[in-house]
Design a protein around this ligand. Structure first.
Ligand code: TXA
Ligand code: MG
Length: 325
């Protein structure tokens, strides 16, 4: 039963890291910090362990997971890297980029984690605690964001427990995550690389490495490359209204940049970055949405966010949060 586990809190020291790796090797579920968001980790080579992730999240089975590795050498055992994939790995790993590549002949990531696809999503995170656990685990580790399916991603251990307490075996608490939005996902499946999800690595930085514009997933109507990119996702309980000039009656307010007026007293209001800094806004995004939602407003009105740099990932998440459910 998903709700019957005793969820332990592990410290981000040598003992906690060793314990997390041992739990993972034993097929159990551990929430791990990464530089983007917390991940709900399990042994990617074990169908039973991966089934535990889907059960804990209440996630539809057709949605494939990212396999996390300690370095490029380990990643190359799981997938086939063409020239653009190698250039991107060299430029961004370890870091907030996930590469979808064809599976290798001896790929150890199980069918369930790949949702039966002939490609695999690989990521080498930069968070030192995540890397230490991955090294000790000695196998690919599947880790979707540590939230229940469709809900707001978790950026600190407290938020992980709000989502998954009693459903997982442990959370390794290393404080708040630095970037705050998930990794950018790029498919390198032959031909030009394709952007499947904007994220912590900006489109501009990626295009500078590959020397051409990224194709968009929507440019190819043949197949939905990223089956998990559902329109409604990251959703608070409250209705979300984007590009708002001000909150209406009953709405909470999520601002960005310097604001002329302070919010009406008693109204829930937070600012993603009073200085108008997109990195700060990304780091605050999920936590602020969660805090405002906890005040149970009729809705959450969100100020306009510029679409460049990390703004592309922030706006992607906000559009999904605002999508009809
Ligand atoms: O920053 C992140 O990427 C976090 C941390 C924990 O690493 N993880 C994360 O995982 O965001 P998740 O499961 O929430 O998102 C993974 C996305 C899904 O939308 C899924 O559809 C897509 O990756 N994906 C996985 N394998 C794929 C594949 N073979 N082809 C296309 N899309 C794939
Ligand atoms: Mg997610």
């Amino acid at each position: 039963m998903p709700n019957s586990r005793d969820t332990r809190r592990l410290e981000p020291n040598a003992a906690g890291i060793a314990e997390a790796a041992a739990l993972l090797r034993g097929g159990l579920l551990v929430a791990l910090p990464t530089e983007t968001v917390y991940g709900l980790a399990a042994d990617a080579t074990s169908g039973t362990a991966v089934a535990g992730i889907y059960a804990a999240k209440g996630r539809p089975r057709f949605n494939p997971l990212i396999a996390h590795l300690p370095d490029l050498a380990a990643a190359r055992r799981e997938g086939v890297f063409d020239a653009p994939a190698l250039a991107l790995a060299a430029a961004f790993w370890p870091g907030p980029l996930t590469l979808v590549v064809p599976v290798s002949a001896d790929c150890a990531v199980c069918d369930l984690a790949r949702a039966g696809l002939s490609s695999v999503a690989l990521r080498v995170p930069s968070h030192p605690v995540a890397r230490a656990v991955l090294e000790r685990a000695g196998r690919p580790i599947a880790a979707p964001s540590a939230n229940r399916s469709g809900r707001i991603s978790a950026t600190c251990a407290g938020d992980v427990l709000e989502e998954l307490d009693g459903r997982i075996d442990a959370v390794l608490d290393a404080g708040a995550t630095k970037i705050g939005v998930e990794s950018t996902i790029v498919a390198c499946l032959g031909g030009a690389p394709r952007l499947l999800r904007p994220g912590g690595a900006t489109r501009q930085a990626i295009e500078a490495v590959i020397g051409q514009a990224l194709l968009l997933a929507e440019d190819d109507s043949a197949a939905p490359l990223s089956p998990g990119l559902l329109a409604s996702h990251y959703a608070p309980a409250a209705r979300v209204r984007l590009d708002a000039a001000a909150a209406r009656a009953g709405e909470a307010w999520l601002g960005f940049g310097p604001e002329a007026e302070t919010a009406a007293p008693g109204r829930a209001a937070l600012n993603l970055s009073p200085a108008g800094d997109l990195a700060e806004a990304a780091a605050n995004l999920f936590g602020h949405l969660r805090r405002l939602d906890a005040a149970r407003p009729a809705g959450i009105a969100v100020a306009a966010i510029p679409e460049h740099g990390l703004g592309e990932a922030i706006n992607d998440r906000l559009r999904r949060a605002a999508a009809p459910r």
